[in-house]
Design a protein around this ligand. Structure first.
Ligand SMILES: [Zn+2]
Length: 413
């Protein structure tokens, strides 16, 4: 079977109005994390309309659409939940009604990342129409709860749905580049405890808030000294929240706790990051408790799948067959060299490759700086280009790279 890149591009261009319409329909359905049911049903309708071989919704509420029946399992992933709209005053357009002209589409989820799903579904249609099927089964996944707890959906898909793809393409926005990694992250809690007493005689008590003071200074200094990796960049640490308990405004506080957003670069494991904080002199002096948060919010289906808030770093090598597959698809379609880079934010790759070692790679419509911003937008040309890429990737893989896959993929972290 020969890949005719021109035909793929032609067809992708032809479907631009359908891709746009489908994306605007998804945008119009509010779908914050744990409330994705209606958008999932809309995606199901479109997958069935364009001729997917099978469409399933799993007990967590993720949608899995299948193309083909072959031996090599390849997955494309788009999380289809979005964040909220923030302050509506900052939007020039209604975030759900959005806006569209010849070049752009505006609305919540345009770049992050319902656009990826729109391109994926039409890639399915292109594969069917041009007969690009081969010895592969392509699974198009619309995953839930990513904005709340990245990767949880894929923990479920791998461990409970028992889907084990040979590799996964994340369709989060990549600014037209191919992305092969990201820093990991974790959500850490540091807590001090004390003894309350009447605020008129503070010496009778033990103030938990005062104990947090030196800890905050040490954490600020720790951030400055975190290690750097030449590709993924520097680890970081930010105190994001502070809470306390106290019997009254006229009392000494008896507990205080903070939340930390810790980004992990290559060379930093979760255990290492926790130990670093435990080792701080102020933490030791205050006998503060350092722990990781857990996530157990129910999915829209009611399913609860608890996990620790640890999202491991991942980085796939440049010379990996999966990286070559995407580079070759890009060269074939666009007649130029792609840029290979990394995400600043976090994606479902933290579970796919970070936890389970399944090769992961990114190529998606839209731009990272649009994510979570007011007047979020995406570009029609990128939606078309991505549909063409997703249609070409599986066949290039089965024909040239599937037999070059090693048993295990090294996570370069
Ligand atoms: Zn996203």
């Amino acid at each position: 079977m020969k890949l005719e890149f021109e035909k793929i591009l032609e067809l992708a261009k032809k479907y631009e109005p359908d891709i746009s319409k489908f994306l605007r329909d998804m945008i119009a359905i509010p779908s914050e994390s744990c409330q994705e049911e209606q958008v999932i049903l809309r995606i199901k309708e479109e997958m069935e309309k364009v001729g997917f071989d099978k469409v399933e919704i799993d007990p967590m509420g993720n949608i899995l659409g299948y193309i083909g029946h072959g031996q090599h399992i390849i997955a494309l992933d788009a999380h289809i939940d979005t964040v909220g709209v923030g302050n509506p005053e900052n939007w020039q357009y209604d975030p759900y009604q959005g806006y569209e002209d010849d070049e752009i589409i505006i609305g919540r989820g345009a770049s992050d990342q319902e656009g990826g799903m729109a391109s994926m579904v039409y890639a399915g249609k292109i594969i069917k129409e041009l007969g690009l099927e081969d010895n592969y089964t392509l699974v198009m996944v619309g995953s839930v709860q990513e904005e709340d707890c990245d990767g949880l959906c894929w923990q479920y898909i791998i461990q409970e749905d028992k889907l084990k793809p040979e590799f996964v393409v994340s369709t989060e926005p990549t600014d037209g580049k191919i992305y092969r990694g990201q820093r990991g992250r974790m959500e850490i809690k540091v807590m001090t405890t004390g003894v309350s007493c009447h605020g008129s005689a503070p010496e009778r008590g033990d103030n938990a808030i005062y104990k947090m003071g030196p800890i905050l200074s040490d954490l600020k200094a720790l951030h400055e000294n975190l290690m750097e990796h030449d590709f993924l960049g520097k680890g970081s640490l930010a105190v994001s929240e502070i809470f306390h308990t106290s019997p009254s405004r006229c009392a000494v506080a008896d507990s205080c706790w903070i939340s930390i957003d810790r980004r992990l670069t290559a060379g930093e494991t979760g255990q290492h990051a926790i130990q670093q904080i435990k080792n701080l002199p102020s933490v030791k002096a205050a006998k503060a408790e350092v722990s990781m948060y857990t996530y157990e919010r129910p999915a829209y289906t009611g399913l609860v799948y608890p996990t620790e808030c640890y999202f491991p770093t991942w980085l796939i090598e440049n010379e990996h067959p999966v990286c070559h597959t995407l580079v070759e698809a890009y060269q074939g379609l666009f007649k130029q060299e792609p840029q290979v880079d990394k995400w600043t934010f976090s994606t479902n790759g933290v579970a796919i490759m970070g936890r389970f070692g399944i090769p992961c790679i990114g190529f998606g419509p839209g731009h990272e700086d649009q994510a979570h911003a007011p007047n979020e937008r995406t570009w029609k040309q990128e939606l078309v280009d991505c549909a063409a890429m997703y249609a070409a990737i599986p066949l290039i893989y089965t024909q040239k790279y599937a037999d070059k896959m090693t048993k295990e993929t090294k996570n370069l972290v």
